[in-house]
Ligand binder design. Structure first.
Ligand SMILES: [Zn+2]
Length: 407
């Protein structure tokens, strides 16, 4: 199966959307079900044995040299962000299927089975649950997730039932690590590095550590006309100083990214000095220790700004995800495969989270990044070159053959 088929299928899946004219495919929606059913049809045409689990993940299995051999998992997710692009997720599922089709068409069996995985939720748009589909497979489905409600007040439990899932059987989604050889995902880079270096494909070193906080700055509200500038305790001015401090810390440390994404001032009137401000920080680095250093620098800036401006500043940790390194042996196999296809194997850290972060709990994980136009993603303008997809198919096929040949 060639890259043209993969490209045409990425195009075709766009018709399954919640919003006409845009690509929006959230977890447990008829649009996602329709896209998944379409992919399941393609899997069956390829001769794979398909299976849906309790959270509506889809699997297509191609047996190994002996029945019931442990499986190597390859794939990605089929859900999307609102008004997203056609390649984020589906490209990984459809390249995986195309590679398995090559083995199937030759009747070639590897020492392990190949299972193409299409996860039902990676983007966490509807319920704020990171890697829902792969977490279920890793046996790490959150205790409170089924009770979460979406914006329309629909509980996950009910949404799942409505599309044929089984909220009472989540535990049955978990894979036995002994039956799981590894995980490989091809994903668009969602960044500009490969394009700027003229390379089609790169090897992911790992998924970077990320820590998120909610901050509160407490100053003193007052009359904007009658309160002199001296002695003001303006919570928003203090927060502004902090936002700039966070940006400066982000710029000072190589590979650190630091973002304030939400800010709210109260009481929020033109003629009132803001008395209380809340904001968020999202700080990421490939190395846990460097991330901790950055957080310490932010804490020092907070203490200095609070002292200078006479405001109280406190924070709550919302999430802290350690870095997830990709498996060294699988990375070496991918390096060799890219080299054999005639390209330098560039290492890249992943700035975004991916299903590998969840699956690393049960098996060695690896990822390939594919060059994407302008580094644009989570956007309808997302684009990849079919020639690059052809290279990716050859690299993936070669890597699986190589893995099969190793003891
Ligand atoms: Zn994705």
């Amino acid at each position: 199966m060639d890259a043209d088929t993969v490209m045409a299928r990425c195009d075709a899946l766009q018709e399954h959307t919640e919003e006409p004219g845009k690509l929006t495919r959230r977890f447990a929606t008829p649009a996602l079900e329709a896209a998944t059913a379409t992919v399941e049809g393609w899997m069956r045409e390829t001769g794979l044995e398909t299976r849906r689990d309790a959270v509506r993940n889809l699997f297509g299995r191609y047996e190994g040299a002996r029945d019931d051999a442990p499986a190597f998992l390859i794939g990605s997710h089929l859900d999307s962000v609102p008004d997203g692009g056609r390649y984020d997720g589906p490209l990984g599922v459809l390249t995986a299927l195309a590679v398995v089709e090559r083995f199937a068409s030759r009747g070639e069996r590897l020492p392990f089975a190949l299972e193409v995985c299409a996860f039902s939720d990676e983007e966490s748009v509807r319920y704020g649950t990171a890697y829902l589909g792969s977490s279920a497979v890793a046996g790490a489905f959150g205790d409170d997730w089924l009770d979460r409600v979406d914006r329309d007040g629909i509980a996950m439990r009910d949404a799942l039932r409505a599309v044929g899932g089984d909220p009472d059987a989540i535990a049955s989604c978990a894979r036995n690590p002994a039956d799981t050889v590894g995980w490989l995902e091809l994903h668009i880079e969602q960044g500009p590095s490969l394009e700027s270096e003229g390379l089609p494909i790169g090897v992911v070193t790992g998924i970077q550590a990320a820590v998120r906080h909610a901050w509160e700055v407490r100053g003193m509200a007052g009359h904007a006309g009658t309160t002199p500038m001296a002695g003001r305790r303006d919570a928003l001015a203090a927060a502004a100083a902090l936002v700039l401090a966070v940006e400066e810390i982000g710029r000072a440390m190589p590979d650190l990214v630091a973002t304030v994404g939400i800010i709210d001032a109260e009481p929020g009137a033109m003629n009132v000095i803001p008395g209380r401000v809340t904001f968020t920080t999202d700080i990421r680095h490939p190395e846990d220790a460097r991330l901790a250093e950055a957080m310490a620098a932010i804490d020092r800036a907070v203490a200095a700004i609070a002292g200078e401006r006479g405001v109280g500043i406190s924070s709550t940790e919302l999430s802290a995800d350690p870095s997830v390194p990709c498996d060294a042996r699988l990375r070496a196999v991918l390096h060799d495969a890219i080299g054999a296809e005639g390209f330098p194997a560039r290492d890249l850290a992943s700035g975004a989270g991916h299903d590998a972060a969840a699956l690393a709990a049960i098996c060695p994980v690896a990822m390939l990044f594919l060059r994407c136009e302008g580094g644009i993603s989570h956007n309808p303008a997302e684009n990849v070159d079919g020639l690059d997809v052809a290279i990716a198919l050859d690299v993936m096929e070669r890597a699986l053959l190589d893995l099969g040949a190793r003891p």
